[in-house]
Design a protein. Structure first.
Length: 319
């Protein structure tokens, strides 16, 4: 039986290698095992980056489960982390930045200084705006492979935003920038250097409406010098919050985007859950309760190759 639908806020992280095409072209010679030399870079990157990220999370006092690998896509690692406390967001962003810069230095020393890492972070809410699904593969020797995936408008927007990241700048979604600004406003702490880089059109997202682009420095000292020379300055925290609130209001559709929140009956709850989300989540729970028995019977009949279970993981878990 699948889990009962619940409100959930997740962070998503994208990190991929810049300059990889040229690196592959220069390192076609074979290793002792007959495979191309450039493969060593990817083997270590895929195995080590998430470990470094987890280590930084722990060192910064992160509470709860760290980010885990969602999937690999070419040169890119995609990771996801459920947010249990609002302070987790702040800690996760700092840990990702430290891991990104540290591992980029490692790549420079061990492989090629012409390589870099590009990072993007966004947040997405479930289950009203986005969905979590389980894809069941064919059974082998009595075991069924179940792969978890995330789909929805905010997931699409995050992928589009990732195209604007550079090795010098980590891109943040506007909803995540708002979360950081509100957290700083409530805690009184110094804001992580957040830049507003203008508006960009993300193909197929929000009907083509331009989306505010925010970023933080990835830690490169040269970028800080470049900012000083060019006069590029961080945005004012109170202006960030008001600006993004106006942007979300201009979309006017809480099934596409809304200000992030943590729905909870205890002190961990945070933000305002739109009434439409309350109503839709209640309806999802009702449908889940009615479908649970039928789904259990389907499971008893055995898995079917490629079947997608949308009964509850898609209703699981908002932005």
């Amino acid at each position: 039986m699948s889990l009962e639908p619940r409100s959930c806020l997740r962070l998503f992280f994208s990190v991929d290698i810049a300059g990889s095409t040229a690196y592959k072209s220069k390192n076609q010679n074979e290793r002792s095992d007959g495979r191309p030399h450039w493969l060593s870079l990817y083997e270590s990157f895929f195995a080590e980056f998430s470990v470094r990220f987890t280590s930084e999370w722990t060192d910064l006092g992160g509470r709860g489960a760290p980010a885990s690998v969602w999937k690999l896509a070419g040169d890119e690692i995609l990771m996801s982390q459920e947010v249990c406390l609002i302070n987790d967001v702040w800690t996760a962003v700092r840990a990702f930045k430290k891991a990104l810069y540290g591992y980029q230095e490692h790549i420079h020393q061990k492989h090629d200084r012409g390589l870099g890492l590009k990072g993007t972070i966004w947040c997405a809410g479930f289950p009203v705006i986005n969905s979590e699904i389980e894809v069941r593969g064919s059974a082998e020797e009595g075991n069924t492979t179940v792969v978890r995936d995330f789909i929805g408008p905010t997931i699409d927007a995050g992928f589009r935003l990732a195209r604007h990241a550079t090795p010098a700048r980590i891109v943040l979604s506007p909803e995540l920038a708002w979360l950081l600004s509100k957290r700083v406003e409530e805690s009184g702490e110094t804001m992580i250097g957040l830049y507003y880089d203008g508006d960009v059109e993300l193909k197929g997202v929000f009907g083509g409406r331009p989306v505010p682009l925010f970023s933080i420095d990835a830690g490169d000292p040269l970028e800080r010098t470049r900012n000083a020379i060019s006069g590029r300055k961080t945005a004012q925290n109170d202006s960030i919050g008001a600006f993004i609130e106006s942007f979300v209001q201009s979309i006017g559709n809480p099934t596409l985007t809304t200000l992030p929140y943590l729905a909870s009956t205890d002190e961990a709850g945070w933000g305002v859950q739109p009434e439409q989300h309350v109503v839709e989540l209640a309806q999802m729970r009702k449908l889940w309760a009615e479908a649970s028995g039928e789904k259990a019977q389907w499971d008893d009949r055995g898995s079917e190759g490629g079947a997608v279970n949308l009964a509850a993981p898609s209703l699981r878990g908002e932005l």
